[in-house]
Design a protein around this ligand. Structure first.
Ligand SMILES: Cc1ncc(COP(=O)(O)O)c(C=O)c1O
Ligand SMILES: C[C@H](O)[C@H](N)C(=O)O
Length: 346
């Protein structure tokens, strides 16, 4: 399939990760995470995040988010998240399943971001026995709408979490894009800002599959390996997840890939913004552009074979750039948009 802008999940394995996979594929290795690749990869995360955190590798982001939340919450708890959060809209109730019933309480906020005020409104709404006790806040970085929480915004949310004894989970399926966009250290937008557990996305940034779960509050990770095992998320050949993460981190390609995807989205946004028929819906801060288009244009582009989602957020077309997006392919897309618009005028 030619490159598409539907999702960074469409992209393949980057060469650097493939090279590490090839290296890891020599000979035998201990299973279930007792191999040297897993030790090296978890150590690499501790180096890059500058903290002695607990690190676990699972197969996908839904499992990462749901297992992490399942560790933070009991069944009678609630989790505050944004109304367009992936844990609410695209994980098919897995967070509720893995927490054995914790309720997601949905907050509003411009550009897909929770605010301290929106969190406080939910957490203080009721305190009686009949209301699921708030226990965690789930933030997505970068968000489902391609926006970012600044370090200061995160710190303000941490202040609220401290006031109401809440834990902070970060869905970092596109965490690399956030680090690249803000040119900050990973620590600055995680444990320095009070994040307790981060789900670090590998899938969208050049791996075949794999997500890492980092517990900055190590006490929260007690028995977490058993939770992963029971959920079918402990790879017997863990070295093939670990080697991929090592390929991203040791080469630094995780950030280069993210910067490229962000730069491509910036280019795409600039090109689309020049067309009066198209409205850019949110500040483009990472690797996604949300474009409001005439329905007939969407229909025409889909007919021409272009794939992109229109169900995320609040409508519009989501155009997602990847680690290997090309400017040529973006120009092809823009040309087809312009041609289709001319056709609509006739
Ligand atoms: C914001 C966000 N969180 C988490 C995920 C993880 O989902 P999956 O289980 O499909 O890997 C995705 C998937 O693309 C996502 O966009
Ligand atoms: C939306 C879909 O679930 C996937 N998380 C994506 O962003 O492409």
């Amino acid at each position: 399939m030619l490159e598409q802008f539907a999702s960074d999940n469409y992209s393949g394995i980057c060469p650097e990760v493939m090279a590490y996979l090839d290296q890891a594929n020599s000979g035998y290795a201990r299973a279930y995470g007792e191999d040297e690749w897993t030790q090296r990869a978890t150590d690499s995360f501790r180096d890059i995040f500058e903290i002695d955190c607990e690190v676990f590798f699972v197969f996908n982001g839904t499992a990462a988010n749901s297992l992490a939340l399942g560790t933070l919450c009991r069944s009678y708890h609630s989790i505050v998240c944004h109304e367009v959060a992936h844990v609410e809209t695209d994980e098919c109730g897995a967070p509720e399943l893995f927490t054995h019933g914790s309720k997601l309480l949905l907050g509003k906020g411009a550009n897909g971001k929770l605010t301290p005020e929106s969190i406080i409104e939910i957490v203080t709404k009721r305190s009686d026995l009949h209301y699921p006790k708030p226990k965690a806040i789930s933030l997505t970085q970068s968000t489902e709408l391609g926006t970012l929480y600044s370090p200061e915004e995160l710190r303000r949310i941490r202040t609220v979490a401290d006031r109401y004894q809440l834990k902070l989970h970060m869905d970092g399926a596109r965490f690399s894009n956030a680090v690249a966009a803000m040119d900050v250290s990973p620590a600055e937008i995680t444990w320095h800002a009070g994040i307790d557990v981060l789900c670090f996305g590998g899938t969208k940034i050049g791996m075949a599959l794999g997500e890492a779960i980092l517990f900055f509050d190590k006490g929260l990770a007690a028995d977490f390996d058993y939770h992963c095992k029971q959920a079918g998320q402990v790879a017997s050949k863990m070295r093939y997840l670990s080697a991929q993460f090592l390929g991203l981190l040791e080469t630094g390609i995780w950030l280069k890939n993210a910067k490229h995807a962000n730069d491509c989205a910036a280019y795409l946004e600039t090109q689309l913004a020049q067309l009066p028929e198209i409205n850019i819906m949110f500040p483009r801060q990472a690797n996604a552009v949300f474009a409001e288009m005439p329905p007939l244009l969407i229909e025409a582009l889909h007919k021409q074979g272009w794939h992109f989602y229109t169900f995320i957020g609040v409508g519009g077309a989501r155009l997602m750039c990847s680690w290997n997006t090309t400017y040529e392919r973006m120009d092809e897309f823009i040309a087809d948009v312009k041609k289709a618009l001319v056709g609509l005028e006739r």
